[in-house]
Write a protein that binds this ligand. Structure first.
Ligand code: ATP
Ligand code: MG
Length: 377
């Protein structure tokens, strides 16, 4: 088992409240990813779960047992860091075996465990080498091997792949996803990489300044961000945010006026919004050529051709200089040449004056894929 509950968990450094009453349940076997801006408290939370940092108040509960007062080795947790922290003078075998040596495990049992971990991680041919001869990806696998042999209930990963180059990171991402499937262990993973978060997570926890901003399956956060922070954080390039006014609220949704054009956005509104300023959210990838429910003129100032896509940073009808549009790779656009573009009302997001999303009426049939994966074991 490996169920984790965080109940009103708080952390102070002096008078600075780094984590503010965190409430979170991580189910047995779940792959949960923490994301958030630098300094929001991701590593601190992971270290508190591991027992490496003290918890100021609240309970950390593993499989129903409060572990706040247990030392790290007694928590059934293994943590893998960005820096591999391998012993350079020891072989790969001894590096992986290290925690078992500390436990004084009998040699035959220890050997079987190390060899099994090495097989899972494709390190069987490397066991007698020293870490200095290995690539970054192989070294990180040794560090993961050292976590695996401990057979923890919960694995904690703090940006384990961020030292690797892009190709190796993609390979390791797939290896880790396979490892999760194979071990069926609970994993909590911190990353700055959107692709890692979106592809590996059953659920993503978005942290902002020490608080959970939203928790949900990756596509749920993408399609139904709860607020402007999550909307801006999930999705790359970032969602465009434009000021609009609420004209009316009806069964069909919220009628807005944007640059003199009326449009009804299919979201749940409230009568008190009429006449109020709202923020319209448009994802760059939802922009289309030509007219649509909302139409505008795009004048690119910078164009990035990525091959499959073209990203344009542009002004819209002569305003909002940093509007971003993601268009097909072959999009016939040039800098300083104005083209008509549009966006479908159903693709739009709306936020009230306090930045809270008005709920979109999108059918999210495939959203729970990540969670179903767990339910099915
Ligand atoms: N030992 C410490 N003493 C005082 N403040 C600390 C200590 N460790 C971390 N902090 C502060 O706590 C906050 C959260 O730090 P933390 O390392 O958890 O952020 P993070 O989300 O992991 O950031 P990053 O993405 O850059 O790794 C930061 O403001 C940091 O300066
Ligand atoms: Mg960190």
């Amino acid at each position: 088992m490996g169920q984790l509950n965080l109940n009103k968990v708080q952390k102070f450094y002096g008078t600075f409240e780094v984590l503010k009453s965190i409430e979170l349940e991580v189910r047995n076997g779940e792959f949960v990813v923490f994301v958030g801006p630098s300094g929001c408290g991701k590593s601190t939370l992971l270290r508190m779960i591991a027992g490496l940092d003290e918890t100021s108040s609240g309970d950390i509960v593993i499989d129903g047992k409060r572990v706040n007062d247990l030392p790290p080795v007694k928590r059934g947790i293994a943590m893998v860091f960005q820096s591999y922290a391998l012993y350079p003078h020891m072989t790969v075998f001894e590096n992986i075996a290290f925690p078992l040596r500390v436990e004084k495990m009998p040699e035959d049992k220890l050997k079987a465990k190390v060899e099994n971990a090495a097989r899972i991680l494709h390190l069987d041919q490397r066991l007698q080498q020293k870490p200095g001869l290995l690539s970054g990806g192989q070294r990180q696998r040794v560090a993961i091997g050292r976590a695996i042999v401990r057979e923890p209930k919960i694995f904690l990963f703090d940006e384990p792949l961020s030292n690797l180059d892009a190709a190796l990171r993609a390979d390791m991402r797939i290896e880790l996803a396979k490892l999760h499937k194979q071990l069926k262990a609970t994993m909590i993973y911190v990353t700055h990489d959107q692709v890692e978060a979106m592809t590996m997570a059953d659920r993503i926890v978005v942290l902002n300044a020490g608080e959970i901003s939203q928790t949900g399956a990756p596509l749920e956060l993408y399609h139904k961000p709860a607020n402007m922070f999550v909307a801006g954080f999930i999705g790359n390039p970032r969602m465009n945010m434009l000021p609009v006014t609420c004209k009316a609220v009806s069964d069909a949704g919220v009628e807005i006026e944007f640059k003199g054009q009326p449009a009804t956005i299919p979201v749940n509104g409230r009568a008190d919004l009429v006449g109020q300023p709202l923020t319209l959210g448009i994802r760059p990838e939802h922009i289309q050529f030509g007219e649509a429910d909302l139409s505008m003129n795009l004048t690119p100032s910078v164009i990035e051709r990525l091959g499959a896509q073209t990203v344009a940073y542009a002004s819209l009808d002569g305003e909002s200089e940093n509007f971003c549009a993601m268009l097909p790779g072959s999009a016939p656009i040039r800098t300083d040449e104005t083209v008509p573009i549009g966006i479908g009302a159903a693709d739009c997001h709306l936020f009230d004056a306090s930045g809270i999303a008005l709920e979109r009426r999108v059918a999210l049939t495939d959203i729970n894929v990540g969670l179903l994966k767990i339910a099915g074991g």
